[in-house]
Design a protein around this ligand. Sequence first.
Ligand code: NAP
Length: 313
Amino acid sequence: MAATILDGTKIAQEIRVEVAAEVKSMAAAGVRPGLAVVLVGHNPASEIYVRGKVKACEEVGIHSEKLTPPESSSTEDLLALIEELNGREDVDGILVQLPLPKQVDAKKVLLAVNPAKDVDGFHPMNVGFLSTQRPGLVPCTPAGVMEILRRSGVPVAGREAVVVGRSDIVGKPVAMLLLNANATVTVCHSKTHDLAGVCRRADILVAAIGRAGMITRDFVKPGATVIDVGMNMVTDPAEFQRFFAGNAKREETFRKKGSTLIGDVHPEVAEVAGALTPVPGGVGPLTIAMLMFNTVKAAKMRSGSGVAELSRV
Ligand code: NAP
């Protein structure tokens, strides 16, 4: 039987509607959450991401500000900018779009962000809050994975969860969130032996690898829930055929654009899994929705109100 498709676009829209309602009620109390996005230089992909974030802010009523220091900026220039944003009352969230230019010490810049305004949730203080289950800001994509599970009614407590990938921005925080939600968690990486065998134990399998279609049907226990975080661009026609031969809709996109997006999970997994997030339209849309959520959460935490109802992820 074909897997149930977990519609990330629909879930993200639900969250945006909730966030917009929250922003409206804050406005009635004279508070407007504000997000500052720092985009250094001219990276075309970053420009697209930032445009999406600013547009999403407008839609939910969050005030947003784009700061565009030049490509030649030094670490010191950016530290001075972060310090200014840290001190501004009207800025609740600071997002530094990565990657930063080569000459910049990105770790130093991210570390300078006030943890209370760190809407990406990457600051070591927020990492610590997550692992000790204290209220803090949780990285957006991992928080989005948990929202997909929760809003799709997938039970987590007591289940075997396997996360493939151990990056600081996806794999590790997803694993910590699953552990906090009482799953029994295994984290895999490039040195894991018998990866397919370990993955087959999973009731919930999260793929955050960055390798097109690597998770094939023999990695998946029949009926498992599979969350595909991967975003990989396929441009080679032979590779395209390997994944999507006979898929008329994809073939049309590929013909028009010369590329298509694929996750880390092979499309054939839909024949084995119980539920599956598609790519595109799965985890991706949740990332921006959770950024909006985090900005409102940061505003509420800074004003000392309503943390309890907003800290469930
Ligand atoms: P990353 O930093 O490159 O980490 C990849 C992880 O996968 C590493 O832990 C690596 O293991 C592991 N890995 C690589 N090859 C492997 C293999 N053959 N077998 C087992 N494990 C392997 O990537 P990331 O930033 O976490 O991103 C992962 C994917 O998610 C990418 O496709 C990225 O584009 C996507 N992503 C999507 C969103 C979204 O909004 N949907 C957001 C962020 C990222 P080692 O640690 O041993 O090297």
